[in-house]
Ligand binder design. Structure first.
Ligand code: NAP
Ligand code: GLV
Length: 330
């Protein structure tokens, strides 16, 4: 029986692989390091489908080199690594995994917010360096109070909302700016809508949850950072390029803001000699927002189901370019 060929660009949960193998001939990238652009191009050249990751760049030249490709299934909600217009033009269905990762990513937003505010990483290092004996000094390790402060959300989508709800649990006042105002959320949770400038100027913590698009590229630069309170902390779990990295470094180094908690960086990975790594007022994680066992397994299974549905000529559970259905007559 004919089975389509699919490429899976990173190890995933075994039950997700099993699901794919029932419908397709599967090849798996064997390494932990992602394939280079050339390796990815070569790997996809004869494939009907692929299960891909945020580090895999899918552009026009790669798609030209993969003429059989009908289905792409992204194990993520962000789609900035994919030229969606080029995929759609070629009638390639692109699946993705919104929703199943919103709560775990919001948990990590809060982990970063708290870690940065209360200097968790810095003081842990201090303990490991054998300094505990003087840490009870009444003026040491003072951080920012989280409870009762104001949380500003930029991008009130799935993850923004979950992060805002966690803020309510800490008695925070929540203000937000998003492309579309959400009166139903304002009524249900008491969130206050404001302009981006007001959110920046009034919040003690600003947490970014917009997707990376041409409009949000360097959304936060010098001008925006200078609008923030000098005591404020910036948290980013969207994409690194939403912030102008050079401006952020200056802001942290020169004290325009108090700190930053970053799960994403521009560029990724952060170069080991980047000057930001020498600053104590920043906590940097290696893009692990959705990395809980439960979320990752649900993402892998959803991505596998999207892939199989697309290969079978059926509608996906979550598709990023539903307009292809029309051109495919589905
Ligand atoms: P989502 O539900 O689509 O929410 C994104 C929100 O941003 C929407 O509410 C959207 O518009 C708003 N928005 C879009 N463009 C905007 C603009 N120019 N100005 C203001 N608001 C704008 O997506 P999500 O699931 O919350 O994920 C958000 C992003 O987080 C993803 O795209 C991805 O890059 C990132 N992410 C990172 C991790 C990680 O591991 N760090 C994990 C998951 C996702 P409306 O106001 O019109 O609704
Ligand atoms: C992760 O970064 C995602 O977009 O899901």
């Amino acid at each position: 029986m004919f089975k389509p060929r699919v490429y899976v660009t990173r190890q995933i949960f075994p039950d997700a692989l099993d699901l794919i193998e029932k419908s397709a001939e599967l090849e798996l990238w064997p390494d932990d390091e992602p394939p280079s652009p050339e390796q990815l191009k070569e790997a996809l050249s004869e494939m009907d489908g692929a299960l891909i990751n945020v580090m895999d760049r899918i552009d026009g030249p790669l798609l030209d080199a993969a003429p059989k490709l009908r289905v792409l299934s992204q194990v993520a909600v962000g789609l900035d690594n994919i030229d969606l217009a080029e995929a759609t033009r070629r009638e390639i269905m692109v699946g993705f995994t919104p929703g199943v990762l919103a709560k775990s990513t919001a948990d990590l937003a809060f982990a970063l917010l708290l870690a940065t505010a209360r200097r968790v990483v810095e003081s842990d290092k201090w303990v490991r360096e054998g300094n505990w004996k003087i840490s009870h000094h009444p003026m040491f390790w003072l951080g920012s109070e989280v409870n009762g402060s104001t949380l500003g959300i930029l991008g009130m989508g799935g993850i923004g909302l979950e992060t805002a709800k966690r803020g309510l649990g800490f008695d925070m006042k929540v203000m937000y700016h998003s492309r579309t105002r959400k009166p139903e959320l304002e009524a249900e949770y008491g969130f206050k809508y404001a302009s981006m400038n007001q959110v920046l100027a009034k919040s003690d913590f600003v947490s970014i949850h917009v997707p990376l698009t041409p409009e949000t590229h360097k959304f936060i630069g010098e001008k925006q950072l200078k609008k923030m309170k000098p005591t404020a902390i910036l948290v980013n779990l969207s994409r690194g390029a939403v912030i102008d990295t050079g401006a952020l470094y200056k802001a942290l180094n020169e004290g325009w803001i108090a700190g930053a908690g970053l799960d994403v960086f521009d560029p990724e990975p952060v170069p080991p000699d980047h000057p930001i790594l020498a600053l104590n007022n920043v906590v940097i994680l290696p893009h692990i927002g959705s990395a809980s066992n439960r979320s990752r397994r649900e993402m892998h299974l959803l991505a596998a189901r999207n892939l199989v549905a697309g290969l079978n000529g059926e509608r996906m559970e979550q598709i990023a370019n539903p307009e292809v259905y029309k051109s495919l007559g589905m």
